[in-house]
Design a protein around this ligand. Structure first.
Ligand code: PLP
Length: 383
């Protein structure tokens, strides 16, 4: 059969799948032990009360004579307007698309490009960009980062560049100057930046959107999600911006593409997403994000006190930590799981350049994070 052979290369021992299997096996062997996770990229607060109320109303509507049905190809107009009014005042509603998750969007946006485009992906990276290129048979190359994990401008041409800020896994939020260099490169090379910005809500003082950089409207597509802001990881709703300046008639053609390939995000999820812009909901959501940010600061200080070199954790929920004892990242993962019953993410999952690092997340419950950190501290002190 003419199966896409690239699918075979998605089977990768250095993946979240391996980590999850190891954790499951350990838990099955030790059912009464408490395994704590510093690994999770999932959030731990429930959705805001006002969002819940509006979603219940939407369910009732769907179950009544007012039945609504499909949630519109590009998203409900009211939601796209709220996104524009709250976050993208310089854009037309027509440049904003609502979808069912940035994991999907970061891959499906590749449908915009010719089959032979060259794609640059920083190493280390959120692995989904690589997996999307593999599944869709797109040519990609990994590009180097500097010592502090900021991707270096390549000295060759690429058509498409994935950038992620605040970054998963490094936890860095790129500065104006760093992003400006990329925008200049993209304009010079007539390239397009796919800017994964799902963690923008964690930025206190930095650059929240690539469109803050001069000329970025001419070269960047920005992807955002309600997952980490409004606790929508299970509800699923995202959005992205395709500026009209990118290419003549681009939105006209992307609308054809979207009508042909997508039936819209869930109506109920979109009603919830719209409610998340309400001032009461925003207050609750911002409070939750502050807790995650405080968790990150706590982790940053604690790991530093133990003598670790730590990157990130200030404007992102992730900390990227250098392994001290010469172990590989899987060896450290096994040691922490088996000895401390604490889960971290081995850096190699994000690429070979990550093998001397591990990632921890601040998105869990504060109590669990403190307990996990206590276990690590006691272990380090016993050495
Ligand atoms: N992009 C990055 C960089 C992520 O880390 C994640 C989730 O962990 C996603 C996208 C997925 O976002 P969504 O839940 O909207 O699919």
């Amino acid at each position: 059969m003419k199966i896409n052979k690239n699918l075979y290369s998605l089977e990768n021992p250095n993946s979240f799948y391996t980590a999850t299997s190891k954790i499951r096996e350990y838990k099955e062997k030790h059912p009464s032990n408490k395994v704590l996770s510093l690994g999770i990229g999932d959030v731990s607060f429930p959705i805001a009360k006002y969002v819940k109320k509006k979603m219940i109303e939407a369910v009732k509507r769907e179950a009544s004579k007012e039945y609504v049905g499909y949630g519109n190809y590009y998203g409900l107009y009211e939601l796209r307007k709220a996104i524009r009014d709250n976050e993208y005042q310089d854009f037309d509603i027509e440049e904003i698309y609502v979808s069912d998750g940035t994991k999907t969007d970061s891959g499906s946006i590749l449908e915009m490009f010719d089959k032979d485009v060259s794609i640059a992906i920083p190493d280390p990276t959120y692995p989904i960009y690589i997996n999307s290129c593999l599944s869709l048979s797109k040519n990609y190359e990994l590009i180097d980062s500097d010592d502090s994990f900021v991707p270096l401008i390549p000295n060759k041409h690429y058509d498409v560049i994935y950038l992620c800020s605040p970054n998963n896994p490094s936890g860095l939020s790129y500065t104006y100057e760093q992003l400006e260099r990329w925008v200049k490169y993209a304009i010079k090379e007539k390239a397009i930046i796919i800017y994964d910005n799902v963690y923008n809500c964690f930025i206190s003082n930095g650059i929240k959107s690539i469109y803050e950089i001069k000329d970025a409207k001419r070269c960047a597509i920005e992807l955002r999600s309600f997952s980490k802001t409004a606790s929508f990881t299970g509800i699923r709703c995202s959005y992205y911006v395709i500026p009209n300046e990118l290419e003549k008639d681009i939105n006209k053609y992307w609308r054809y593409r979207t009508i042909s390939r997508f039936n819209g995000a869930s109506y109920i999820a979109q009603v919830g997403a719209l409610a998340s812009f309400n001032h009461k909901a925003k207050k609750e959501i911002n409070k939750n994000i502050q807790v995650y940010k405080d968790n990150a600061l706590y982790l940053l200080n604690e790991f530093k006190k133990l003598g670790y070199e730590v990157i990130g954790g200030v404007d992102a929920p992730y900390l990227w930590i250098k392994i001290k004892n010469g172990l590989s990242s899987w060896e450290l993962f096994d040691l922490f799981l088996n000895k401390l019953e604490v889960v971290i993410v081995p850096g190699i999952i994000f690429g070979n350049k990550g093998d001397k690092y591990f990632r921890v997340s601040s998105l869990g419950k504060t109590k669990d994070i403190k307990e996990a950190m206590g276990r690590i501290r006691r272990y380090e002190e016993s050495l």
